[in-house]
Ligand binder design. Sequence first.
Ligand code: MIG
Length: 830
Amino acid sequence: MEEARRPEEELDKKDTSEHIEVSTDELDQEDIQHVNNPIVGIKPIEKEFLGAVKEVRQENNKFIFTDGSASVEIRVVSDEIIRVRLAPHSVFLEEFSYAVPSLDQKVAVFNFTEDETHYAVSTNTVSCLINKSNFHISFRDNDSKIINEDYLAMHWEENDQFGGYYVYCTKKCYPEEAYFGLGDKPTDLNLRGKRLQNWNSDTYSFAKHQDPLYRSIPFFISLNENIAHGIFLDNTFKTHFDFAQEDNNKLSFWADGGELQYYYIHGPNMMDVVKRYNSLTGTHKLPPIWALGYHQCRWSYYPESKVKDLADNFRKRKIPCDALYLDIDYMDGYRCFTWNKKYFPNPKKMIKELSDDGFKTVVIIDPGIKVDDNYWVFKEGKENKYFCRRSDDYFMEGHVWPGRCQFPDFTNPEVRTWWGGLFKELVEVGVAGVWNDMNEPAVFGKGTFPDDVRHNYDGFRGSHRKAHNVYGMQMVRATYDGLKKIQKNKRPFTITRAGYAGVQRYSSCWTGDNVASWEHLKIGSLQMQRLSMSGLPFAGTDIGGFSGEPTGELFTRWIQLGVFSPFMRAHSAGDTAEREPWSFGQELEDINRKFIELRYKLLPYIYSTFWEHHRYGFPILRPVVMLEQDNPTNRYREDEFTFGDKILVCPVLEEGATSRKVYLPGGGNWFNYWTHEVLEGGTEHVIDAPLDSMPIFVKAGSVIPEYPVMQYTSEFEVEEMMFQIFYSDQEVNSFYFEDHGDTFAYEQDIYMEKKFVVNGDKKSLTITQSIEGLFTPRYETYELKINGLPFKPSKVLIDGKTYAGDLIFDEVKSLVIKTPKHFKQIQVVK
Ligand code: MIG
């Protein structure tokens, strides 16, 4: 369909923001794949189901089954991933996905077999069975165990009377089956019994269980009898999931349009499911290391004197901090890419001064562009037809902070390139990171765009019903790609509020407008765990709560959780009292400092964990159920998690608490991080947790790298690298990663990945080290703190030679030795 063009003058006069929205009930032809099968006449209101399989044909790694009118394609993506697609009229959509950039994965072998009742498409690890008589699809592992099974054949509705086109899949739900994932849902970790939907929404002060929120991640993990698998419904329309809420025996997922297309992702470990999901949708790139420091934000810090004062306070009070944020008030009348010269007369000079003092400056950017012919961004967008239009070709207009606005169509590649280029000046002025807000997209009064807004959708055109959930992702993609081009080899830093599956390739995220309450502290902890297992590991909450006033105690507990938030940023709304780490008196300032310092000590560990995510697809935060999925009580344990695979974090989430119950997963001992007391795994313990402490445990056998406390990440070069080693009588591997911290050189192997193996018995402890990569750190030596030795050491051998230094063995059973950095093996002997 050719777009009809109106004369420009006409368009200018028209303020379409007042238009009545087109009803969502109207069938939108462009969203339907079956254009050559127009619906005629009135059919009874009932769904249509796949019938018996009549025929099958093969095209390479795809098998196409048909019941004579509808078709299903089964595609082998990898040994562990199989994709299912439904075309009710046997016309499949062209391959395109914002979530999955490429389907090129290795498949060892696959084959096709048939018996009386079923067809089977099999790989080394999994078989997809298609029931000949009823077209039910199921997945079976090599032990002939059915893991996932249709309850009903795939079905759809396409009659006008339904007000649209819907596609459905209904599977069996097993009695013990638990469900996890789905992005930022602020609800219980285990999703069994919930009915949830995905439609990106600006949800100021959201409540527990509120749904939907800002993101759409239509991916979940099922865990049943110790076998996990994943389902990723790659559909950008509004999607729905019923995790056995309506019927205890059924799991359903469906979409308000588009193609029924889902990936079955094999386990049987939850960790593998997440890794494989990340292999489809991509991992987060390594962030610049400063992005892992402490960030201070508020709506808003202005004018310049206020920002400088803030910076001075951090340094004067010796509270580490790497980044300060400018919220919307830095702009001239909220026009993106401009400065309010009254508040910030010389931004370049200010940012340089902040940078000399170790602070990066991050600024906010919104999608709404002020309708103003004297504003170059609007003029460029208008001249090039970059803004979204309605179905009747009027511009999509809506009110946001700048007043009357138009909105770039970020689903158009040309618009993304233009938008990315707009950051040139901000980068030249010295801005180090960009925060993308309001990109659900949010519109005052109306919520979001009307359904009939047209989008380019990378050439696969569609209405807002199809593009809504990817709008924010494409905005931050434009931002990321633009920054990357402008900054050359420097890593961009971006944060986004909205997102769709795969957004982790372009951005970190925060959980939006939370509330300063104890309940929200818990919700935040849950959301971060859930985002991490949904492929978005670089997530954080507004520390302290965005709206409302936290008590000092709540703020401090939130800072403590913040140390183990992949993204650590305090933020607050403009109508709240000042909210810096020193806002609650000296005693709490000291505790807050102690914990922010802990973040900086653990930075090399945190950074290594990001590397493990980027390279191997491991989530960063892992709920206990991921460590020990065979223990059924863990399905409901949601108040503790590990950061990486070595540190167990048990945040204090209750007001007035001075201790808390923790569960230490089985399979070895755990060290109390603070006291080095050794505790047994596989059982619960009660741990003291006065306000100046939070229970943290390190897995026996771990090697944890630590930096000396710095006021910001690049304050000085480390002269000697320190590692804490925790004794174990079982073999345990640890990884340590380092590189320049701010470039893409790691993509050319300019990094160093060290692997340590720790193993002990009653008379000795052995530590081996192997090294991969081309990066050479400047320091020459290590300080090793060996903790928890069950014997008094008499001798240390470094690569076979006796260590000449003193062996001082203190009361907490720690031994400190210094070694050259290139050792291969160290033995500590009784
Ligand atoms: O309409 O830019 O979630 O973090 O401070 C509110 C002002 C717009 C919402 C964001 C919040 C930010 C605020 N923004």
